[in-house]
Design a protein. Sequence first.
Length: 160
Amino acid sequence: MKKVITLIVALAAAVSLSAQGLDFGMKASAGYSNKGAYVNLSSGIVPMSGLYAGIGTGFQYTNYVASFTPENYHEYTVMVPVFAQLRYSFLKSDVKPFLDAKVGLMSDFTNKGTGHFFWPEAGVAYKNIGLEFGYQWFMCSYGTDAKGSTPFTIGLTVSF
């Protein structure tokens, strides 16, 4: 019953926003980060030409040594971000340079840590497919310890 109510509320919100002239969009990205890989998916609105605002989640498998004791050492870790995303495309042509920023929470499921992150990116898209370069800053807490990382990222993005 909760799923049905949630679906009805989501549809009502979509109809309401659509009636106000807002467009919907989705962004998917995948790429390389710190000797690992990431995949992100977000859904949002286009309140004005060139601006996308959305929320999303992802999956990151990366070389991030978060443990500080040998018995808990994991060379690679699985991290899941939940984020808000803003993207601005400068041109209305087929070739569009853009700036993108994601900010949110990061959960490390391998080493059981949580934290926050900020991920600015710049790129260029041709029609709906683009190439992006970024710098991901995040800090995770593990009990009494904390560890951060700032890897460069490169990826492909697709807009729907």
